[in-house]
Design a protein around this ligand. Structure first.
Ligand code: UDP
Length: 689
């Protein structure tokens, strides 16, 4: 039995056997087949892509009226998503790939509509798909909730985290509002509090029993403020082998700690029950302990929380303050909000000229960034949220997290060594183009596509009013931006940069218009920049967050490319897969797709290919890892998932320097991993299997 679908079969997709294995194991949807009356699993990359594209596109019907041109638009949109997926240019985060159309099995008419050829789709079909979404159509990877200091609050939080995990989301929370261990309960007559670390166990136990959407294990992030009295316990929370296995943990490092640790000052640990200082420690001792722990074991991670709040477009709204990220750290979010991610595969934009020369197609890349932002914005409407409160708050701020993957493989194709000066130059260009294009999209969805700004966008307008006041103006007149020439724009950017009011990645991304490739000549780029800036000053912006570089641990494997902005980890790996004759399993070796047969021989003989562009994470000096992180941190307003690999002989001082440099470069966090140290990452990110 087969779906009524003329789409290409898996073998024609150009995906490797490895990727097809992953698709088959984890991503192909099972549903009721109206033709045969049986349960059937998707069988090709095409079917899979069609389902995802169609479900996301159907969300657009809420904004359309049903005319012939509306139907035309829907079909174009669906085909555009489909082509971007099947050509390996873009992929949504895993929950979206799992969740699109999930549960639509009962009505036999529906499963036909998910897979029929696009030319058979009517406007009503799309609209029916939109209205038929089930509770299982949860499409987001990232959630943050709060953990209030009461038994009710704590256990409501565990329940919410369980529901989110059940529907496939990763969830983070800051346990730093809980009163410290040993402090009084019930005004002193109720005994002593057991402290945040003990309550993290409740989340962990939940994690052990809830399997995300039946497909992956729960992923939790636990954070603590650096001035919490239990901070030392927290840093050691995972020291004991097997402790809190479902958690990544991170310390929220404040600007104050960074400053005092450098200056040799003291640092107060403040009680959560009465706000008084319970203990003064040497800031350098706390900092030392943190760095030593990361050096020894790879955890806790570090979250530069003040950076995240400085860079938050919503910072004038108390309820949108940021206290935690999602589990892998790429998405700082206000409590009880969520974000969906998607990643552009930069490798797919390397083109070959007739004479064999490789180059990067910046204008196609920019178009992809623009389109992808539009897709991710639609996912906000297509999603069934696990909790009403999260739906309500997420829709008020409409955050999206677009990132990239395939960077290391693009570098190999372009003949650059990851980490080299030429590579850094390339990353800088990519960052500028991506940053500028994402701004254009967030403004363009409002100005050109006629959609409303996100409901809380007035907060951006307020930011700019405040900035104008700082500059001694009531408000910048609208005509002012239009008049900006090169020099005028430069000097305005200077002012924006030196003001603490304007988020730094916004200023940096605006500056990117000067050099961004793929956005036309300088005149055109300046005009775009002026329009974008004007849209921001008036709050005419669709999304409160734009860019986020995810680990892409699974989706990069799914389209055979290197993960996120990470270098490659290995040139070959083994995996047990089903034998071709269907008789059980066999262990097979897979080699990196960019190795020529000669290089595969070389790999087997010498352990690595001799061509210097084939570098792995450990061949790259820590400084170069940091450099790459810093370059993207300039424009990525959410976070970046990136590990700095260190040789086993690295010192704690080197770890400190790495953190300092990342902080200075505007990164909101960083993971370090020293070769041979124990790493107890609950989620294997960016590692080839
Ligand atoms: N995540 C999760 N469970 C997992 C892996 C990831 O909940 O097993 C969440 C987590 O919030 C993480 C985000 O998904 O930060 C993105 O991870 P990644 O990019 O690796 O996911 P992919 O889309 O490639 O599956």
């Amino acid at each position: 039995s087969s779906f009524p679908s003329p789409l290409p079969a898996g073998g024609e997709s150009g995906l490797s056997e490895n990727a097809m294995w992953l698709l088959d194991q984890r991503y192909f949807a099972r549903r009721y087949d109206s033709v045969s009356g049986t349960i059937r699993k998707e069988a090709s990359f095409g079917e899979f892509a069609r389902r995802v594209a169609r479900i996301v596109a159907s969300a657009e019907t809420a904004y359309l009226g049903g005319s012939a041109s509306d139907l035309e638009w829907l079909r174009r949109l669906e085909n555009s998503i489909y082509d971007d997926i099947t050509n390996r240019r873009f992929l949504f985060n895993s929950p979206c790939l799992f969740g699109a159309g999930a549960g639509m099995t009962v009505d036999p008419g529906l499963s036909g509509r998910i897979y029929c050829p696009p030319e058979e789709m009517t406007f009503e079909d799309y609209d029916l798909l939109r209205r038929s979404r089930t509770r299982s159509q949860q499409l987001f990877a990232c959630f943050v909730i709060d953990v209030p200091d009461s038994i009710d609050g704590i256990f409501d939080g565990v329940k919410d985290a369980a529901v989110i995990s059940k529907y496939g989301g990763g969830v983070g929370g800051n346990f730093g509002h809980l009163r410290e261990r040993g402090s009084a309960i019930n005004g002193g007559i109720g005994g002593q509090a057991s402290g945040p670390v003990s309550f993290m166990e409740t989340w962990n136990t939940m994690g052990a029993v809830v399997v995300q959407g039946g497909r992956r294990r729960a992923a939790l992030m636990g954070m603590l403020f650096d001035d919490h009295p239990d901070i030392f316990d927290f840093i050691d929370a995972k020291v004991e082998e097997g402790k809190l296995p479902y958690f990544n943990i991170s310390v929220c490092v404040s600007d104050k700690l960074m400053k005092e640790a450098e200056g040799g000052g003291d640092f107060s640990l403040v009680s959560r029950s009465d706000g008084k200082t319970v203990r003064r420690v040497k800031a350098a001792d706390l900092w030392n302990k943190l760095c030593e722990s990361a050096w020894k074991r790879g955890d806790p991670g570090i979250f530069f929380i003040d950076r995240a709040n400085d860079d938050n477009l919503l910072k004038l709204g108390e309820t949108w303050k940021i206290e935690s990220t999602n589990p892998c750290g790429e998405q700082p979010l206000p409590n009880y909000t969520s974000c969906n991610l998607g990643s552009v595969n930069v490798e797919a934009f390397v083109t070959t000229s007739p004479d064999g020369r490789k180059s990067f197609d910046f204008s196609a890349f920019v178009d992809q960034v623009f389109r992808s932002m539009y897709y991710l914005d639609l996912v906000i409407d297509a999603c069934s949220y696990p909790l009403e409160r999260i739906e309500e708050r997420t829709k008020k701020i409409r955050p999206v997290g677009l990132g990239i993957m395939g960077l290391a493989d693009a570098a190999i194709l372009l003949g650059m060594r990851y980490g080299s000066p030429r590579f850094s130059e390339f990353c800088k260009c990519l960052g500028d183009s991506m940053g500028s294009a994402a701004l254009c999209a967030a403004a363009g969805i409002v100005s050109d596509m006629g959609k409303d700004p996100f409901p809380e966008a007035g907060l951006i307008e307020d930011l700019f009013s405040e900035f104008a006041r700082e500059q001694g103006e009531e408000l910048f007149p609208e005509s002012w931006y239009g008049r900006l020439d090169r020099e005028g724009f430069r000097s305005l950017l200077e002012k924006m940069r030196s003001s603490a009011t304007i988020p730094y990645t916004l200023s940096n991304a605006l500056e990117g218009f000067f050099t961004a490739q793929g956005l036309g000549n300088e005149g055109a780029r300046l005009e775009l920049a002026g329009n974008v800036l004007l849209a921001f000053t008036k709050g005419k912006i669709r999304n409160s967050r734009r860019l986020s570089v995810a680990p892409t641990g699974s989706i990069s494997m799914l389209i055979d490319t290197s993960a996120g902005i990470e270098p490659n980890f290995a040139w070959s790996w083994t995996r047990r897969i089903a034998r071709a004759d269907g008789e059980g399993q066999e262990t097979r070796e897979f080699c990196h797709k960019l190795l020529s047969p000669g290089q595969v021989d070389e790999l087997h003989e010498k352990g690595k290919p001799s061509d210097p562009v084939f570098v792995t994470a450990y061949d790259i000096p820590p400084d170069e890892h940091v450099e790459v992180t810093g370059i993207f941190a300039r424009v990525v307003d959410s976070g970046i998932s990136k590990t700095v690999n260190l040789p086993s002989g690295a010192t704690v001082d080197e770890v400190k320097q790495i953190y300092r440099r990342c902080y200075a470069m505007g990164a909101k966090g960083i993971t370090i991993y020293r070769d041979g140290s124990r790493s107890f990452q609950p989620i294997e990110t960016a590692k080839k299997p």
